[in-house]
Every structure is written in structure tokens, then in C-alpha cells.
Write a protein that binds this ligand. Sequence first.
Ligand SMILES: Nc1ncnc2c1ncn2[C@@H]1O[C@H](COP(=O)(O)OP(=O)(O)OP(=O)(O)O)[C@@H](O)[C@H]1O
Ligand SMILES: [Mg+2]
Length: 223
Amino acid sequence: MMKLEIEGLCVSLQGSPVLDRLDLGAREGEILALLGPSGCGKSTLLKTIAGLLPTVAGSIRIDGVDMSSVPAHRRGAVIVFQELRLFPHRNVADNIAFPLKMQGVDKKNRRLRVEELLEQIQMTGMADRRISQLSGGQQQRVALARALAAGPRLLLLDEPFSSLDEELRGEMRSLVLRLHREHGMTTVLVTHDKEDARALADRVALMSAGRILRVGAPEELCP
Ligand SMILES: Nc1ncnc2c1ncn2[C@@H]1O[C@H](COP(=O)(O)OP(=O)(O)OP(=O)(O)O)[C@@H](O)[C@H]1O
Ligand SMILES: [Mg+2]
């Protein structure tokens, strides 16, 4: 059974079709890279999987369960948005703990979990910093930690390295690989960059104009 199965997915934004009978599957525990030109619908696809956009037609199943009547917060799918969407005036700890608070986790356990995650993203001791006082790379890592806090079944990463310089990109790639090994969640990673796909992905899906054109090994599709 596939972890994620998408069949014939159609999504329109403001009346214009953006996803067009799209088919895609992700296997349990894999990193699937989604590559395609700007505007082809990659972010729209992630938001739709997460339950943030309505579908016109088609189906999305997670662990074999149809998601059409499952609200976003019950899907076990978490997005790290292209624009991060952290709370800029709150501190790092509050940002990471936010999903735990929503789940009703008590204060003591929230604090413990935040400490653990800060260590994993190598930001121990920065719990009290405001988001606006962090570098771009640090903000990316906080967004990742916030996504992992809730223990997602499916992690959706929308260009997590795009705003970083080459050296930081390398560091973030290693971090994502390490977190993926530790947490083991199925991951869909949107990127423009073939090198990201080669470094991280088990499989690659090529997207164009709202459809998936091909799925295959990174060596084959990102030579
Ligand atoms: N809120 C919206 N209303 C109407 N059209 C939108 C909206 N958001 C995106 N679109 C359009 O939908 C299409 C797909 O957008 P999307 O953001 O999914 O692309 P993308 O592949 O993520 O691009 P990028 O690589 O630049 O992030 C584009 O043509 C875009 O102009
Ligand atoms: Mg996008």
C-alpha cells in the first residue's frame, strides 16, 4: 500500500484550473522530490494534500483512507510553507510548541519536546529568541521543528532551501536527511533544484502544467 495515493486530482484557483487530472503516489517512509517550473502547481498540490484547498475532482488517500471529508488538522500531514509562516513576534519555543498546544499537550511536556527538537535542529539555547531576530537559515530550521513537533505521518516541504546560500543549502540538506532518518516520516519535497533531488530523494516526480509527467529514480531523471 502506498502512503499517499492521488488519482485524477483537479484543483481550480479563482475559477482557473491549476491541477489537471494529476496522479501521484508516495511510498511509506520515502522522500519523494517534486520538480517543476515556477507556476506549474507544486505549492497548490502540497496545500491540497494538506487539506487547505478544496478539490474539484479526484481523490487523495493517506494510508488507504480517503481524505475528502477529513479536515486539515486530522490528516497527519504537515506543510512547511514556502514563505514559512512563522509567528514573527513570538519566540522560538512558542512557535515550535504551537501545534502541541493545539493538541492539548501540557506545558511541561511541551517544554521537554521543544528542548528535544531544538537539539535536533542544533539551536539549543535559542528558545527565547524572537523569530525576527533569527537568520534565514535559523528560521527555516524552526519551521522544520514546528512541523515535526506534531509527529506528522506525512511531511510536505515547499522549497525549504530556496532562500539559502549554497553553504547553508548543504547544511539544510544534511539536516533534513538526519531528521528524516530519526523521525521516519514519508516526505514530499518540492524543489527547483536537481541537486536537492539527487542529494535527498528516493524518487523524483516531474511536474508540468498541473500534471505529473514522469516518476523515477533521481539518477535517471536528474542526471
Ligand atoms: N490564490 C491564487 N489565486 C489564483 N491563482 C493562483 C493562486 N495561487 C496560485 N495561483 C496560480 O496557480 C498556478 C500554480 O501556482 P503554484 O503556487 O502552485 O505554483 P508553484 O509550482 O508552486 O510555483 P513556484 O515554483 O513559483 O512556487 C500559477 O499559475 C499561479 O499563478
Ligand atoms: Mg510554490
